[in-house]
Design a protein around this ligand. Sequence first.
Ligand code: COA
Length: 334
Amino acid sequence: MIKSDYIKTLLTRAKRDVKTIVLPEGEDERVLEAAHIVADSGAARLIVLGDEKKSAEYFAAQNWATDGITFINPQESPNLAEYTELLYQLRKEKGLSREDAEKLALNGNYFGTLMIKAGHADGMVSGACHSTADTVRPALQIIKSAQKGKSVSSFFIMLSNGEPYIFTDCGVIINPTEQELADIALDAAETAIHFGIEPNVAMLSFSTKGSAKSEGVDKVVRATKLAQEALLTERYKNRGIQIDGELQADAALNSVVAAKKAPNSPVAGKARILVFPNLEAGNICYKMLQRLGGCEAYGPILQGLNAPINDLSRGCFAEDIVGAIAITCIQATK
Ligand SMILES: CC(C)(COP(=O)(O)OP(=O)(O)OC[C@H]1O[C@@H](n2cnc3c(N)ncnc32)[C@H](O)[C@@H]1OP(=O)(O)O)[C@@H](O)C(=O)NCCC(=O)NCCS
């Protein structure tokens, strides 16, 4: 049973255009339970990688139907040779030997990513038993950035009293440059529009409009300027996106504080997208809100990739995986 109303809404939306999502970690019972819940809801078709026999036995023991789910053992897949060749061709100039491609293609995260590249699936959710780096690396190497030269970053959908916020980047870019920070803000604004969240972007710092000085603050000020300039270009203009900074979190979120600290800001007091100056700030903040602040956290969700591939926290529950699958389905819809 799904408790989150927000995730239920996303699953309902996903049913309008059913996508195929790969789950490489079929040996994990939380993943199998999530596959069952999503398939049962009719929101996605699932491909579960791993030992097909064991997964099917687990489903039978739980009395779960397997409609809408395909179990694939990469080692026995008739597509293995095709995926290996695809990987070799894509990576040989980076020094990958045919022998290494053969080994790598058997790895669930690579096999799943290659399925997407080959057009056999629309998205992937992994990370219940892999590190972020191991989940994300195949995506960066094979699927690549949607916009050449632009970095892929990540966001969390944070639900506070049922209201969605976007926190970014809390998962990928460790110490973004000012250009990367601006790109993160712009990508997050587009993400928000896609998910029906108001694209009000706050560039966070420990300073509001010059109240404190440091190199870090200067970086956020310059990133804000770059992002605001980009808003004048064809891609972003007239889409209702507002970006402002540098703002402290209280000024970004609370209208009373905003009136005092940043009275002329179009974003202060009503930010829905919080852009953190670096991964330490973002990652610590989302985990604190999740563990102490009673927020639901979904992510890290990658943004800026050519196809959606998303990570899970290793401490996740089946419901978190369902949430990540629902979000991946929405990302896969145009
Ligand atoms: C994402 C991450 C794993 C990539 O690092 P890496 O594996 O060392 O990657 P590399 O530097 O070897 O790069 C691998 C490829 O990905 C590309 N790449 C790396 N980061 C990228 C980014 N943010 N956007 C787009 N491409 C990227 C590289 O250009 C390289 O491409 P190429 O091999 O085709 O030339 C790394 O940034 C990282 O560890 N981030 C922190 C993740 C983390 O631990 N989060 C914890 C909180 S959830």
